[in-house]
Design a protein around this ligand. Sequence first.
Ligand SMILES: [Zn+2]
Length: 242
Amino acid sequence: MHSTLPQNSNINILPIKAFNDNYIWLLQEKLNGIIIDPGDAKPVIKTLIGKDIDLKAILITHKHYDHTGGVEELIKHYPDVQIFGPENIEFKFKYIIVKEDDVISISGTKVRFNVIETPGHTLDHIVYVDKENLFCGDTLFACGCGKLFEGTYSEMFKSLLKISSLNPNTKVYCAHEYTKENIQFALTIDPDNYQLNERYKKLKDVEITIPSLLKEELETNPFLRAKTSDEFKLIRKRKDEF
Ligand SMILES: [Zn+2]
Protein backbone atom coordinates (compact mmCIF):
# COMPACT_ATOMS: atom_id res chain seq x y z
CA MET A 1 0.00 0.00 0.00
CA HIS A 2 2.66 2.56 0.98
CA SER A 3 4.16 2.78 -2.50
CA THR A 4 1.01 4.57 -3.65
CA LEU A 5 0.63 6.98 -0.75
CA PRO A 6 0.74 10.70 -1.54
CA GLN A 7 3.94 12.59 -0.84
CA ASN A 8 3.69 15.98 0.85
CA SER A 9 6.86 18.00 0.45
CA ASN A 10 7.67 21.40 1.94
CA ILE A 11 5.41 20.96 4.92
CA ASN A 12 6.11 21.74 8.52
CA ILE A 13 4.37 19.91 11.36
CA LEU A 14 4.01 21.51 14.79
CA PRO A 15 2.23 20.51 18.01
CA ILE A 16 -0.32 22.79 19.64
CA LYS A 17 -0.90 21.75 23.23
CA ALA A 18 -4.45 21.55 24.55
CA PHE A 19 -6.09 20.42 27.80
CA ASN A 20 -3.79 18.33 30.00
CA ASP A 21 -2.08 16.09 27.49
CA ASN A 22 -3.64 16.55 24.03
CA TYR A 23 -1.72 17.45 20.89
CA ILE A 24 -3.55 19.29 18.14
CA TRP A 25 -1.30 18.99 15.10
CA LEU A 26 -0.71 21.94 12.78
CA LEU A 27 0.48 21.15 9.31
CA GLN A 28 1.89 24.17 7.58
CA GLU A 29 2.52 24.61 3.87
CA LYS A 30 3.76 28.16 3.29
CA LEU A 31 1.03 30.27 4.95
CA ASN A 32 -1.64 27.60 4.61
CA GLY A 33 -2.62 25.61 7.66
CA ILE A 34 -4.26 22.25 8.21
CA ILE A 35 -5.34 21.31 11.71
CA ILE A 36 -5.81 17.77 12.94
CA ASP A 37 -8.29 17.11 15.79
CA PRO A 38 -8.98 20.58 17.23
CA GLY A 39 -10.46 19.75 20.62
CA ASP A 40 -10.09 23.40 21.62
CA ALA A 41 -10.21 26.38 19.25
CA LYS A 42 -8.43 28.92 21.45
CA PRO A 43 -4.82 27.67 21.27
CA VAL A 44 -5.31 26.94 17.56
CA ILE A 45 -6.50 30.46 16.70
CA LYS A 46 -3.72 31.96 18.81
CA THR A 47 -1.09 29.91 16.97
CA LEU A 48 -2.53 30.60 13.51
CA ILE A 49 -2.70 34.36 14.12
CA GLY A 50 0.80 34.38 15.62
CA LYS A 51 2.22 32.71 12.53
CA ASP A 52 -0.02 34.59 10.07
CA ILE A 53 -1.37 31.27 8.78
CA ASP A 54 -4.72 30.92 7.02
CA LEU A 55 -6.67 27.82 8.06
CA LYS A 56 -7.53 25.76 4.97
CA ALA A 57 -8.69 22.48 6.42
CA ILE A 58 -9.57 20.52 9.54
CA LEU A 59 -9.07 16.75 9.64
CA ILE A 60 -10.98 14.80 12.29
CA THR A 61 -9.99 11.30 13.37
CA HIS A 62 -12.95 10.47 15.62
CA LYS A 63 -15.92 11.82 17.49
CA HIS A 64 -14.51 12.41 20.98
CA TYR A 65 -14.93 15.93 22.28
CA ASP A 66 -11.23 16.48 22.96
CA HIS A 67 -10.72 16.02 19.18
CA THR A 68 -13.72 17.94 17.84
CA GLY A 69 -14.76 20.47 20.51
CA GLY A 70 -13.09 23.41 18.74
CA VAL A 71 -14.52 22.81 15.26
CA GLU A 72 -17.56 25.10 15.46
CA GLU A 73 -15.55 28.00 16.88
CA LEU A 74 -12.94 27.58 14.12
CA ILE A 75 -15.69 27.65 11.46
CA LYS A 76 -16.79 31.04 12.86
CA HIS A 77 -13.27 32.43 12.46
CA TYR A 78 -12.50 30.68 9.15
CA PRO A 79 -15.86 30.27 7.34
CA ASP A 80 -14.24 28.80 4.19
CA VAL A 81 -12.39 26.03 6.03
CA GLN A 82 -12.81 22.52 4.53
CA ILE A 83 -13.58 19.83 7.09
CA PHE A 84 -12.97 16.12 6.64
CA GLY A 85 -14.03 13.39 9.01
CA PRO A 86 -15.57 9.94 9.39
CA GLU A 87 -19.28 9.35 8.94
CA ASN A 88 -20.97 10.16 12.25
CA ILE A 89 -24.47 11.49 12.80
CA GLU A 90 -23.31 13.11 16.04
CA PHE A 91 -21.38 15.78 14.09
CA LYS A 92 -23.54 18.90 13.86
CA PHE A 93 -21.26 20.85 11.50
CA LYS A 94 -21.06 20.53 7.71
CA TYR A 95 -18.17 18.38 6.56
CA ILE A 96 -16.92 15.96 3.93
CA ILE A 97 -17.31 12.29 4.90
CA VAL A 98 -14.24 10.19 4.12
CA LYS A 99 -13.76 6.42 3.99
CA GLU A 100 -11.08 3.74 3.68
CA ASP A 101 -8.66 4.39 0.77
CA ASP A 102 -10.07 7.83 -0.04
CA VAL A 103 -7.42 10.31 -1.10
CA ILE A 104 -8.24 13.79 0.12
CA SER A 105 -6.83 16.94 -1.47
CA ILE A 106 -6.80 20.18 0.50
CA SER A 107 -8.02 23.05 -1.69
CA GLY A 108 -5.52 25.84 -2.29
CA THR A 109 -2.59 23.59 -1.28
CA LYS A 110 -0.69 20.62 -2.68
CA VAL A 111 -1.38 18.58 0.44
CA ARG A 112 -2.99 15.17 0.06
CA PHE A 113 -3.69 12.33 2.46
CA ASN A 114 -4.89 8.78 2.28
CA VAL A 115 -7.58 7.62 4.73
CA ILE A 116 -7.45 4.34 6.65
CA GLU A 117 -10.36 3.14 8.79
CA THR A 118 -9.21 1.96 12.22
CA PRO A 119 -12.24 1.02 14.35
CA GLY A 120 -11.55 0.00 17.96
CA HIS A 121 -11.12 3.03 20.23
CA THR A 122 -14.37 4.25 18.64
CA LEU A 123 -16.19 2.68 15.71
CA ASP A 124 -15.83 5.82 13.58
CA HIS A 125 -12.06 6.17 14.03
CA ILE A 126 -9.99 6.92 10.91
CA VAL A 127 -6.36 7.92 10.43
CA TYR A 128 -4.67 10.09 7.81
CA VAL A 129 -1.44 9.01 6.19
CA ASP A 130 1.02 10.17 3.53
CA LYS A 131 4.36 8.67 2.51
CA GLU A 132 6.11 9.97 5.63
CA ASN A 133 3.54 10.89 8.25
CA LEU A 134 0.68 9.23 10.10
CA PHE A 135 -1.92 11.18 12.07
CA CYS A 136 -3.46 8.44 14.14
CA GLY A 137 -5.58 10.22 16.78
CA ASP A 138 -6.29 7.78 19.61
CA THR A 139 -5.72 4.52 17.69
CA LEU A 140 -1.98 4.19 18.17
CA PHE A 141 -0.01 5.99 20.89
CA ALA A 142 3.73 6.11 21.40
CA CYS A 143 4.33 2.72 23.04
CA GLY A 144 0.59 2.25 23.55
CA CYS A 145 -2.83 2.22 21.92
CA GLY A 146 -6.24 3.74 22.57
CA LYS A 147 -8.71 2.28 25.05
CA LEU A 148 -11.48 0.23 23.49
CA PHE A 149 -14.63 2.25 24.08
CA GLU A 150 -16.68 0.84 21.22
CA GLY A 151 -14.85 -1.72 19.11
CA THR A 152 -13.93 -5.32 19.81
CA TYR A 153 -10.41 -6.55 20.55
CA SER A 154 -10.34 -8.24 17.19
CA GLU A 155 -11.36 -5.03 15.37
CA MET A 156 -8.66 -3.02 17.10
CA PHE A 157 -6.07 -5.74 16.46
CA LYS A 158 -6.90 -5.59 12.73
CA SER A 159 -6.77 -1.79 12.75
CA LEU A 160 -3.30 -1.89 14.29
CA LEU A 161 -2.19 -4.46 11.71
CA LYS A 162 -3.06 -1.98 8.97
CA ILE A 163 -0.81 0.59 10.63
CA SER A 164 1.99 -1.97 11.12
CA SER A 165 2.10 -2.54 7.38
CA LEU A 166 3.02 1.08 6.63
CA ASN A 167 6.58 2.11 5.88
CA PRO A 168 8.61 1.71 9.13
CA ASN A 169 10.10 5.17 8.56
CA THR A 170 6.66 6.77 8.92
CA LYS A 171 6.50 9.40 11.65
CA VAL A 172 3.70 8.70 14.11
CA TYR A 173 1.74 11.75 15.28
CA CYS A 174 -0.72 10.63 17.94
CA ALA A 175 -3.05 12.90 19.89
CA HIS A 176 -1.88 12.46 23.49
CA GLU A 177 1.33 12.64 25.49
CA TYR A 178 1.05 9.30 27.30
CA THR A 179 4.46 7.98 26.31
CA LYS A 180 6.22 7.69 29.65
CA GLU A 181 3.47 5.79 31.44
CA ASN A 182 3.02 3.64 28.32
CA ILE A 183 6.71 2.72 28.41
CA GLN A 184 6.46 1.91 32.12
CA PHE A 185 3.57 -0.43 31.36
CA ALA A 186 5.36 -1.95 28.35
CA LEU A 187 8.33 -2.76 30.59
CA THR A 188 6.04 -4.96 32.70
CA ILE A 189 5.11 -6.94 29.57
CA ASP A 190 8.51 -7.04 27.90
CA PRO A 191 11.17 -6.29 30.57
CA ASP A 192 14.08 -7.71 28.59
CA ASN A 193 13.37 -5.82 25.37
CA TYR A 194 16.62 -3.92 24.73
CA GLN A 195 15.08 -1.26 22.47
CA LEU A 196 12.29 -0.67 24.98
CA ASN A 197 14.78 -0.12 27.80
CA GLU A 198 16.76 2.25 25.57
CA ARG A 199 13.58 4.10 24.69
CA TYR A 200 12.84 4.57 28.38
CA LYS A 201 16.30 6.05 28.97
CA LYS A 202 16.05 8.29 25.91
CA LEU A 203 12.63 9.74 26.77
CA LYS A 204 12.47 9.81 30.56
CA ASP A 205 13.33 13.54 30.74
CA VAL A 206 11.83 14.61 27.40
CA GLU A 207 8.71 16.78 27.51
CA ILE A 208 7.37 16.34 23.96
CA THR A 209 8.01 12.75 22.87
CA ILE A 210 5.90 12.87 19.68
CA PRO A 211 6.36 12.11 16.83
CA SER A 212 7.89 8.67 17.15
CA LEU A 213 8.92 6.44 14.27
CA LEU A 214 6.75 3.48 13.32
CA LYS A 215 9.97 1.41 13.39
CA GLU A 216 10.36 2.20 17.13
CA GLU A 217 6.74 1.26 17.71
CA LEU A 218 7.20 -2.06 15.93
CA GLU A 219 10.20 -2.77 18.16
CA THR A 220 8.80 -1.61 21.50
CA ASN A 221 5.01 -1.14 21.48
CA PRO A 222 3.46 -4.23 23.13
CA PHE A 223 0.18 -3.73 21.26
CA LEU A 224 1.90 -3.83 17.86
CA ARG A 225 4.08 -6.72 18.97
CA ALA A 226 1.10 -8.90 19.89
CA LYS A 227 0.98 -11.79 17.39
CA THR A 228 -2.69 -12.68 17.76
CA SER A 229 -5.96 -11.03 18.64
CA ASP A 230 -6.05 -13.03 21.91
CA GLU A 231 -2.57 -11.88 22.88
CA PHE A 232 -3.61 -8.31 22.10
CA LYS A 233 -6.72 -8.70 24.27
CA LEU A 234 -4.69 -9.94 27.23
CA ILE A 235 -2.25 -7.01 27.04
CA ARG A 236 -5.04 -4.46 26.56
CA LYS A 237 -6.87 -5.81 29.62
CA ARG A 238 -3.70 -5.62 31.70
CA LYS A 239 -3.17 -2.03 30.57
CA ASP A 240 -6.71 -1.09 31.61
CA GLU A 241 -5.86 -2.27 35.12
CA PHE A 242 -2.34 -0.78 35.21
ZN1 LIG B 1 -10.65 9.41 21.80
